[in-house]
Design a protein around this ligand. Structure first.
Ligand SMILES: [Zn+2]
Length: 401
């Protein structure tokens, strides 16, 4: 890989760093913007001119929204959520799930470490970006593309793949890395993309290999990041990481462009689906309460009884599912038949829906998208559980009707 190091004065990348309320983690906001803008330039440098033209009108949106996940109160911000850990804080390799998911940062014993983390947040936003694109709302689609860019970039950052969180014993190493990077990032950019990384993104259906490959690369700098005597020792590592992050983001942008314009991938807002469980094959059915004010759900193996659900996307990229027959959206706690069949539901429930190697994961807003809809062990019950990527009963197949 050939890298170019240029000492620039005023880099032309700083489109939108002056946004209020920013909070710095790992790559600071300005570093995120730099990675996104340099990645976009790589598309042009590497001859992907159509993809470059596709994104060019939306530079500002990409620059602004790639920073948002680090802002206080953002839907994608949570403790340890932007991590995807190859090792623990001591550099010891961590196991992955059977199908290759790594865990979020911070508490190794938490049950909520597969959702949300950098990969699951990426997957959620990817789906939303595609849905908005299919709806013809390109500007909105770009907001979610930018959020994906943030997650790819964070996985390219060593502290984020080695659990060096700001609350860990190694927080000083994380901070040192961050402060050093924030002073030098504008000097570093890849002078071209990486052909293998482009191929990886174009061929990796659910992005698992993309995330695992990048996280392995960034985690391999653990020793340097932790043991560096001073900032001089970090120089080479940071330069390489920034350039690799740009190349991965460029490849991601090319992949999204391809999926958007030349595939039928992605769920459609306003379309009607029946939804079946990936493990049991049973369908989601909805019953209308006696007072006809809400619906509760169960599963049934008879396709005839499956409820037709209309999917709708909201501005924050979440989805609601409206039961056609009742003309009512699923409300919170719709999953278990309530004791009092007329008990009023709390709120309409919003979901994040993402494609995984096992089918679609449907996570609920009342768990901050950490718990996934699952078929319970007791016959026809639908429950929510902390996400386990290996558990087929937590995955669903959408069939368009
Ligand atoms: Zn982040």
């Amino acid at each position: 890989m050939s890298l170019k190091r240029i000492i620039t004065t005023a880099a032309a990348v700083s489109v939108a760093t002056a946004v209020a309320g920013k909070k710095a983690y790992a790559w600071k906001s300005s570093t995120h913007e730099h990675i996104a803008m340099k990645a976009l330039e790589l598309l042009s440098i590497d001859g992907y001119n159509e993809a470059y033209s596709f994104y060019s009108p939306y530079r500002e949106t990409l620059a602004v929204f790639t920073q948002k996940p680090d802002y206080k109160g953002d839907v994608d911000k949570g403790k340890g959520w932007h991590y995807y850990c190859v090792t623990d804080v001591n550099g010891k390799k961590l196991p992955s799930s059977k199908n290759g998911y790594l865990k979020s940062g911070k508490n190794l014993l938490s049950t909520a470490r597969y959702s949300r983390n950098a990969r699951s947040i990426f997957e959620d936003n990817y789906q939303s970006a595609l849905t908005f694109y299919r709806l013809g709302n390109i500007e909105k689609s770009m907001e979610f593309v930018a959020r994906c860019v943030h997650m790819v970039a964070d996985v390219g950052c060593t502290p984020h793949t080695t659990n060096l969180t700001l609350t860990s014993v190694q927080n000083s190493k994380h901070k040192r890395y961050e402060y050093y990077t924030s002073g030098v990032f504008e000097k570093y950019f890849a002078d071209k993309g990486d052909g293998e990384v482009y191929n990886l993104f174009l061929s990796d259906d659910c992005f698992g290999d993309c995330f695992n490959e990048l996280s392995r690369k960034s985690a391999s700098d653990y020793d340097t990041v932790v043991n560096a005597h001073g900032e001089d020792d970090l120089c080479e590592t940071v330069e390489r990481s920034l350039c690799v992050a740009q190349q991965y983001v460029a490849a991601f942008l090319l992949r999204f462009y391809n999926d958007a314009v030349s595939s039928d991938r992605g769920l459609l807002s306003g379309s009607r689906y029946i939804v079946r469980n990936a493990k049991s094959g049973e369908y989601i059915c909805a019953d209308i309460s006696d007072n006809e004010r809400f619906v509760y759900c169960y599963t049934d193996d008879d396709r005839e009884d499956a409820s037709v659900l209309t999917l709708r996307i909201s501005g924050d990229g979440s989805y609601t599912l409206v039961c056609d027959e009742a003309k009512l959206p699923l409300a919170s706690r719709p999953f278990i038949k309530p004791k009092d069949k007329n008990a009023a539901p709390k709120d309409i429930i919003h979901f994040k829906i993402a494609l995984t190697p096992n089918g679609y994961r449907i996570t609920s807003c009342d768990s901050k998208y950490q718990k996934a809809l699952s078929q319970g062990k007791l016959d026809d019950m639908i429950i929510t559980q902390y996400y386990n990527p290996d558990d087929l009963s937590q995955h669903w197949i959408f069939e368009k009707v």
